[in-house]
Design a protein around this ligand. Structure first.
Ligand SMILES: Nc1nc2c(ncn2[C@@H]2O[C@H](COP(=O)(O)OP(=O)(O)OP(=O)(O)O)[C@@H](O)[C@H]2O)c(=O)[nH]1
Ligand SMILES: [K+]
Ligand SMILES: [Mg+2]
Length: 445
């Protein structure tokens, strides 16, 4: 039997032990499994309390069972849910009982969602949103994933694709009529108008979103600078715990230390690095090498200097934005003005006392907002989605350019655009292009 036709089961709730564990079963055998374990098939979609028994009638656990006959189920197949006590031995006994059925096996990762997708319960962008929602750590990530799961991008893509197919049908009809007479002009003009409107909408979505797809990975902020300027002290302040060792000894930090922060709902990874200087110590040299590599990979560098230091923050950072942060302002002589640097991206702080930190953190939140796009309507959740939308826009814009020179070329670009959106949704079939042509125009050939 093909693995796709086998019945699958898995623990769908968290790691045991837990108060309650949810075990899901999906596939052709689900009904039989429930009938044997419960003794009868419970009414559909009603929580039913039952003593589960294995095939040898030995009791497993007192459970709540839900029976969802397909196709009105999460996967589209027959699905059973067992809510049992979340003990390891309970689950072992239940899994052993499930495994005694023929063609019933443990599910592969993501297999329930895969089946739901294959049965048309959700499109690919929604499946991606579901995965992102499960992995969301921060509120922004959760909201973005929920938008995807609700199908906001999928709905737009389906609408765009339908309109591309309409435009395509107009052009195809023009091509067909062309060898009989001179109908195309009236057909091509509305097709072109449709394509231009579509292109504007897709480009707006691409432009207005910042890099919302990076919300999944988060923003990387590296703290770099000369030794002993207080990088690890700042790191600990941002993390609100002692993640890095602080000492008056220059060259304390050698390894790259990371913490994940939730900055106003934005996921931010802060990296503390070794102080950058010339050194003979091979261990410290390696630390400096790693520090430079990580700073070059970061999305933002906080270049820390103490107030005496006039270190140039720009060097060796490539295209990564660098903010100059002057630390230890508490050591400034009374009455002496704070360092002469001012303006955007220059901060005065005391990492140990906390002065200037609220301003620095507020600026980081602003940077994150700008980076990810503050727009609540951020539709793009993944690089894959952005790439396919860019491909779609590129094909539509080529279509606009070539339409005067040849309808066949224009029609081909529209086919490519529809194909890109089909891939975005995970549904590529050219049949529906033909369907629309035959249904709407009935040329009768
Ligand atoms: N007065 C004062 N001292 C500070 C401040 N921030 C850090 N220090 C002190 O400066 C020394 C170095 O701090 P660290 O945080 O270890 O500096 P670092 O940049 O991580 O040093 P390396 O890892 O060795 O490169 C410690 O003695 C800290 O207590 C500050 O704002 N004011
Ligand atoms: K130090
Ligand atoms: Mg350090």
């Amino acid at each position: 039997m093909h693995p796709r036709d086998q019945t699958i089961f898995a623990l769908s709730s968290g790691r045991p032990p837990s108060a309650i564990a949810l075990v899901r079963v999906s596939g052709l055998q689900a009904g039989k499994v429930v009938t044997v374990l419960v003794g009868k098939l419970p009414p559909p979609r009603m929580a039913t309390r039952a003593l589960l028994r294995d095939v040898g009638q030995r009791p497993i656990d007192d459970a709540v069972v839900l029976w969802f006959p397909g196709p009105a189920s999460a996967t589209g197949e027959d699905v059973a849910e067992f809510h049992v006590h979340g003990g390891r031995a309970v689950l072992t006994a239940l899994f052993a009982a499930l495994s005694t059925f023929e063609n019933v096996r443990p599910a592969e990762p993501g297999e329930f969602t895969r089946r739901a997708f294959e049965n048309g319960k959700l499109d690919l962008t929604e499946a991606e949103g579901l995965d992102d929602l499960i992995h969301a750590d921060t509120d922004r990530q959760r909201r973005q994933a929920l938008r995807q799961l609700k199908g906001l991008l999928g709905d737009r893509a389906r609408d765009w694709r339908a309109r591309i197919i309409e435009a395509s049908a107009l052009i195809e009809a023009g091509i067909d009529f062309a060898d009989e007479g001179d109908v195309p002009a009236e057909l091509i003009a509305p097709a072109l108008a449709k394509v231009e409107a579509l292109l504007a909408e897709i480009e707006e979505v691409l432009a207005g979103q910042g890099r919302s797809e990076r919300l999944r990975d988060g923003l990387v902020v590296a703290i770099a600078g000369p030794p002993n300027v207080g990088k690890s002290t700042l790191m600990n302040q941002l993390a609100r715990r002692e993640v890095a060792i602080v000492s008056p000894h220059a060259g304390t930090t050698r390894d790259v230390i990371e913490v994940q922060l939730d900055l106003d709902g934005y996921p931010v990874t802060v990296i503390d690095t070794a102080g950058i200087r010339e050194t003979d110590d091979p261990v410290e040299q390696e630390g400096v090498r790693r520090a430079q590599a990580r700073a070059a990979d970061a999305d933002l560098v906080l270049w820390l200097a103490d107030t005496s230091d006039a270190e140039n923050p720009g060097k060796s950072q490539g295209t990564v934005p660098v903010w100059l942060v002057r630390n230890k302002i508490d050591l400034e002589e009374v009455g002496r003005p704070l360092a002469d640097v001012s303006g955007q991206g220059v901060f005065q702080i005391s990492a140990s006392r906390g002065d200037g930190l609220p301003e620095l953190i507020a600026a980081l939140v602003g940077f994150a907002q700008n980076y990810f796009g503050a727009n609540e309507g951020g539709l793009i959740g993944r690089t894959r989605q952005r790439r396919l939308l860019q491909e779609t826009a590129a094909s539509l814009s080529r279509c606009v350019q070539v339409v005067g020179r040849g309808e066949e070329l224009a029609a081909e670009e529209l086919r490519i655009a529809a194909h890109s959106l089909g891939r975005l949704l995970g549904r590529v079939d050219v049949e529906d292009i033909l369907d629309v042509i035959f249904r709407e125009f009935c040329v009768g050939k």
